[in-house]
Ligand binder design. Structure first.
Ligand code: NDP
Length: 327
């Protein structure tokens, strides 16, 4: 028997989460059983832990969209007991039981072997948010990062923190947008060279184009901020659009695309094929300064999760929450 955070929904549609003792027979079908060591709190986890159940597709449910641990048993020749693995995406924690338990059973195709240089705790300090940040940076690189500062929005959050550290580690000048001035020292410690106040980019303008300022952008916020940023990109520069923490609407014009050749690149970490995930995890192990990763970590346990889910939806988490499911 082992611990799992089980979310249930009652007849009135109200959800509740409780740490429960369950057995291996309770786990969903899959080729690989993993002894989970760490999971995290991502924005989607906040939604799944919230009152309506967010993206959860079946009840009872174990949320947790990512985890890292050690293979305990495998019916797939690619994995054997003792292998260290990491999982992100594939609707785990939404349609299939996820990482908020001491054991998980999943399809072998969803796993990636842990690259050298990362242990399970560091892999979850990166987690889905960090993998997404790496995919966003790789997309900018594929389209060419122009000379000058690269903007990161939602910088003190999970995706933003990792994107800031990766870009700075690669030698780029990083301008970090935050609505929390008290995180300026933290963002500078991750390598940001410029702090931009959220309200400076939230103010709407009637001008579709402004001074060419940013050589690239990793955007975790969307909404009005993304619309404003599009008009400030350098000629031919790219924006990796990752998230919608500031809203799903996009009140923009086509002018930045027509007159400045701006590229808007959509980033999806969920259905990434194995080879892409492997390449991105390899780049994380190589290019993400590990001392900076440590500075982002907030440790947590399974019992902290309901409160942390509420915090992330309010944009109040700094960096990355790492959940030790065995604590
Ligand atoms: P976090 O909550 O950790 O970070 C989001 C940050 O956005 C906040 O910390 C805050 O940063 C800023 N923010 C929050 N609300 C607002 C607002 N109303 N206006 C402007 N800025 C705001 O979340 P994550 O970093 O984990 O995720 C960020 C987004 O990326 C989410 O929408 C998430 O769903 C998405 N995502 C997408 C993935 C993909 O595959 N495409 C994968 C992972 C995440 P600050 O305080 O610095 O201003």
């Amino acid at each position: 028997m082992f611990n799992a955070l089980i979310v249930n929904k009652n007849d009135e549609g109200k959800t509740s989460a409780e740490i429960t003792r369950i057995g291996l027979d309770d786990l969903p079908a899959g080729e690989v059983t993993v002894a989970v060591e760490y999971s995290t709190v991502n924005y989607k986890d906040g939604l799944c832990l919230g009152p309506g159940g967010g993206l959860v597709r079946n009840y009872p449910h174990v949320p947790g969209i990512d985890f890292a641990g050690t293979v305990e048993a495998s019916d797939d020749p690619r994995y054997k007991a003792g292998d260290k693995v990491v999982l992100t995406g594939w609707r785990v924690g939404e349609a299939h039981w996820g990482g908020y338990a001491q054991k998980a059973r999943v399809k072998a195709d969803w796993l990636v072997p842990l690259p050298a240089g990362l242990d399970t705790r560091r892999a979850m300090a990166v987690g889905t948010a960090g993998l997404t940040a790496m995919l966003a940076v790789m997309a900018l690189e594929d389209h060419g990062i122009k000379g000058g500062p690269v903007l990161v929005t939602g910088a003190a959050g999970g995706v933003g923190s990792v994107a800031t550290a990766i870009l700075a580690g690669l030698g780029h000048e990083v301008a970090a947008v935050t609505g929390r001035p008290e995180t300026a020292d933290y963002l500078t410690s991750l390598g940001a060279t410029q702090i931009v106040a959220r309200e400076d980019l939230n103010e709407t303008t009637k001008r579709p184009l402004e001074a060419e300022t940013w050589a690239g952008c990793v955007d975790a916020v969307g909404g009005e901020m993304l619309a404003r940023v599009l008009g400030q990109m350098k000629y031919g520069a790219s924006v990796s659009a990752v998230g919608l923490a500031g809203g799903a609407g996009l009140p923009a014009t086509v002018i930045p695309f027509l007159l400045r050749g701006v590229n808007l690149l959509g980033i999806d970490s969920v259905m990434q094929p194995y080879d892409n995930r492997l390449r991105a995890w390899g780049r994380i192990a190589k290019d993400l300064p590990m001392d900076k990763l440590e500075a982002m970590v907030q440790p947590a346990t399974l019992s902290d999760l309901p409160a942390l889910g509420r915090d992330i939806l309010k944009g109040q988490i700094k960096g990355r929450v790492v959940v030790d499911v065995n604590a």
